[in-house]
Design a protein around this ligand. Structure first.
Ligand code: DAH
Length: 344
């Protein structure tokens, strides 16, 4: 028994050392450790055999087996440390990087041309003393129409133009919906600019879209006159289009203005001589405007005997199209990087 145990211990050591030398990586080593030192491994079996030894022999062989076990554990640990170190060195060599190489630049976002134009318009108006207020995209029929003095049978209420969500709720067709909201919440002097998205149930084409952006501006105070509207418009359009532009006012009709106007600017391209952009008229229609109708002031809780106001509403896509000579309004909403990256 004793002799056979000593043999077994010797063989086990030899086998282990051989397998240890064959272990190529830390995973092999872990497996080896489990194989020899695990619960079902040969060291454990040797321990079991101790019970066949005599009482005198047992402590001696027990120590021999324990010594072997410690030896194997320490072999495993040393080799594991060495292999792990080597694996790290290999990895560093493989993943070596040159810190002097120039970096790769990630793609940088740009402002959308509509946002650029919108911000430009807002900057100018804020500089003129207007403050920004946002009206709701989803609003009631009252703020979009009724409060703005649209008669019940006005054609703009027709389902053809308006996206109704219910009999009461709709997608606003213009930013003029902010007028009565603002009047209800503030008292004059009111100097507000209200940018935002508008929606119309129209066939999409190169010139019109189901949604677009407008900027509404209005000023309500004592003694606000037509002259204030003209001078403010003149200054605004000159600043927006980057030169002293000529403006032209034509009488027009809006239910919420009295009187109402259509504003044209001298064509920025041909300077009035006539071209494709201005359809050979020399002028570009840029916005609707007018003195706020007394009925609208009244709906907003403002006494039209004491106060008066002017308002205008302009589209944003239109001046952006003119500025960049964009042939189709639909480009704005297609998220095509080839188009969008042109507007640095
Ligand atoms: N809301 C009008 C439209 O979308 C534009 C407009 C005209 C706005 C006259 C105004 C105004 O504030 O006074 O066509």
């Amino acid at each position: 028994m004793a002799a056979s145990l000593i043999d077994q211990i010797g063989q086990l050591r030899t086998h282990f050392i051989k397998e240890l030398q064959d272990a190529a990586n830390s995973k092999d080593l872990e497996n080896l450790k489990v194989k020899y030192l695990g619960k079902k491994g040969p060291i454990q079996s040797l321990m079991m055999e101790l019970k066949n030894c005599t009482t005198e022999e047992r402590p001696h062989f027990g120590k021999l087996i324990n010594d072997l076990k410690e030896e194997l554990v320490s072999h495993c640990e040393n080799s594991l440390a060495r292999l792990k170190n080597q694996e790290m060195v290999d990895r560093f060599e493989k993943e070596w990087l040159d810190p002097t190489l120039p970096g790769r630049r990630g793609p940088l976002g740009r402002e959308h041309p509509v946002t650029q134009m919108l911000n430009h318009a807002l900057d100018i108006l804020i500089g003129m003393g207007f403050s920004v207020r946002l009206g709701p995209d989803v609003d009631t029929d009252y703020y979009n129409f009724g409060g703005l003095n649209f008669a019940k049978d006005h054609p703009a209420r027709d389902m053809q133009d308006t996206f109704y969500l219910s009999t009461k709720w709709l997608l606003r067709t213009h930013t003029s919906n902010t007028q009565v909201h603002t009047m209800e919440n503030f008292s004059p002097p009111i100097r507000v600019v209200a940018p935002g998205r508008c929606f119309r149930n129209e066939t999409t084409s190169a010139r019109s879209h189901v949604f677009f952006h407008q900027v509404e501006a209005f000023y309500i105070d004592k003694h606000v006159t037509f002259a204030d509207l003209f001078s403010t418009m003149d200054e605004f359009w000159s600043k927006l289009l980057g030169e002293k532009v000529k403006t032209r006012f034509r009488p027009s009709y809006f239910p919420f203005t009295e009187p109402g106007l259509e504003v044209d600017v001298l064509c920025t391209r041909c300077k009035g001589s006539g071209c494709r952009i201005c359809k050979h008229t020399g002028w570009l229609e840029v916005c609707g405007a007018g003195m706020i109708h007394p009925n609208v002031l009244r709906k907003g809780g403002i006494d039209p005997e004491v106060y008066s106001g002017f308002a205008w509403g302009m589209g944003i896509e239109r001046p952006a199209i003119l500025k960049h000579q964009i042939p189709d309004i639909r480009y704005f909403t297609q998220n095509d990087m080839k188009f969008l990256t042109q507007f640095a």
